[in-house]
Design a protein around this ligand. Structure first.
Ligand code: HEM
Ligand code: HEM
Length: 213
């Protein structure tokens, strides 16, 4: 089978670091809200520790170090390489709607580049949400350092935004994984592991993508 390169090794490694740390942040973050005991998550064999707030907080901190580092690396690396193919462009909302209509046979599929308009909009959503989580999370961590007094109303706003963004992040995560495991998108999962996708897939799904290698 003839293949083309879709993701470099660095991009793949970075994606899986973001994915694993993101999943751990979701799990440990919601563990800070006393619910795992209430909803019997702690009763699942091997998950007894999830009711321990100190432990889930340490896990949240550890995962946040990886997440923040990977997100900063992602931004600096692609800015330096001049790679902005996943950033939304003018006309993406219109094209995204056309793409959604095409899924149910009501319009013709737009001629997609490396990323579809829908993917670029989804990227903006998950990227912006991640930045909000990082900024509000850093403020919450700073407050936890010890003798630090911040205005209670400011802290309350930060906590509220952090929690709301976490819920939004969870929804986007479920949609992202839900779409990737759909039969016609599964080759992309392989591409996030091996870096390669078949030439046929690339031509069919991303006809306007000028592939290399
Ligand atoms: C918190 C967890 C996750 C986050 C924040 C996340 C985020 C992203 C982002 C921002 C992209 C596009 C940019 C890039 O190429 O790096 C992407 C691509 C991708 N993600 Fe994730 N991801 C997560 C988890 C997962 C999981 C668990 C899977 C496996 C089912 C997955 C499968 C993929 C695939 C296959 C692509 C490539 C799409 C393409 O080639 O067009 N992601 N992800
Ligand atoms: C995917 C990213 C993240 C998700 C889904 C997430 C989720 C959550 C949730 C649900 C909570 C509990 C509710 C709350 O107190 O607001 C929480 C608390 C917290 N998060 Fe995050 N978070 C993320 C990233 C971060 C990052 C990057 C940092 C630090 C840089 C951070 C630091 C904190 C801190 C300090 C707390 C409060 C712990 C406490 O004092 O009780 N979070 N997070």
């Amino acid at each position: 089978m003839k293949t083309v390169t879709r993701h470099s090794l660095l991009v793949r490694l970075n994606h899986w670091l973001v994915a694993v740390s993101g999943i751990l942040l979701l799990f440990s973050g919601f563990g800070q809200m006393p619910m795992y005991n209430r909803y019997y998550v702690t009763a699942i064999p091997g998950f007894g520790w999830s009711g321990d707030f100190a432990l889930t907080l340490y896990l949240h901190y550890a995962a946040s170090v990886v997440f923040v580092a990977a997100v900063i690396f992602h931004m600096i690396y692609h800015a330096m390489m001049g790679e902005f193919g996943v950033m939304p462009k003018k006309g993406d909302i219109k094209e995204g709607i056309q793409g959604l209509k095409a899924m149910i046979g009501l319009a013709e599929e737009p001629r997609h580049d490396k990323f579809q308009a829908k993917q670029r909009l989804a990227y903006l959503a998950i990227g912006a949400t991640s930045l909000v989580l990082i900024l509000t999370g850093l403020v919450k961590s700073y407050k936890n350092l010890g003798n630090i007094v911040l205005a209670p109303s400011f802290l309350e706003a930060m906590a509220l935004i952090h929690t709301a963004a976490a819920v939004f992040f969870m929804i986007l995560f479920v949609i992202h994984v839900g779409i990737m495991v759909m039969k016609n998108h599964r080759p992309l999962i392989t591409s996030m592991v091996t870096g390669k996708v078949s030439t046929d897939y690339a031509r069919h799904h991303h006809p306007a993508w000028k592939v290399e290698g």
